[in-house]
Write a protein that binds this ligand. Structure first.
Ligand SMILES: [Zn+2]
Length: 138
C-alpha cells in the first residue's frame, strides 16, 4: 500500500479467526476466467494449454451456454471441432463438465487470484491466459 510519501507492506492473505458471514451465492458465474480455472487452463480435448472456450454441443446445434456445456479448449481443437458434436468426431471428454462448487469459487468465479494464493485456495499452479474478458459472446 502506498500513501503520497510512504509505502507499507500488506499481507497477501488474511486468515480470519472469527466467522464472517459471506453473502450466499448459490451458483458461480459462468465467466471465461472461471471456465479456465475449472479446467486447469488446459484443453479438455488434448491437454495442451487452452486459449479459447468451446461449447461441447455447439450453440448452432442447440447447445446451451451452461457450465455443463462450456469447456476450455486450445485453438487447434476448437478450430477442428468447429460446429460438430463429439460423437460426429469420435472424440470423448475425460471428465464431464459441471458447475464448480465450494468456497474457493467465491474467489475464482469473480476475480483472477494472485498466484501466491494458490496454496491457500488449494489450487495447483495454473497458467491462465490473459487478458480475461468477463463476458463471453461465443
Ligand atoms: Zn486441444
Amino acid at each position: 500500500m502506498h500513501s503520497a510519501t510512504r509505502s507499507f507492506a500488506a499481507p497477501m492473505v488474511v486468515r480470519l479467526t472469527k466467522f464472517v458471514k459471506v453473502p450466499f451465492r448459490a451458483t458461480v458465474s459462468l465467466t471465461r476466467r472461471a471456465v479456465f480455472a475449472r479446467d486447469g487452463g488446459r484443453c479438455v480435448y488434448c491437454g495442451k494449454a487452452a486459449s479459447t472456450i468451446d461449447h461441447v454441443v455447439p450453440r448452432s446445434r442447440g447447445g446451451a451456454h451452461t457450465w455443463e456445456n462450456v469447456v476450455a479448449a486450445c485453438g487447434r481443437c476448437n478450430h477442428v471441432k468447429a460446429d460438430r458434436t463429439l460423437a460426429e468426431l469420435g472424440w470423448r471428454l475425460h471428465r464431464r463438465p459441471a458447475s464448480p462448487s465450494g468456497p474457493v469459487w467465491r474467489v475464482l468465479g469473480h476475480r483472477t487470484p494472485d498466484p501466491a494464493w494458490n496454496a491457500w485456495l488449494g489450487l495447483p499452479e495454473v497458467d491462465l491466459p490473459a487478458p480475461f474478458p468477463d463476458s463471453m459472446t461465443a
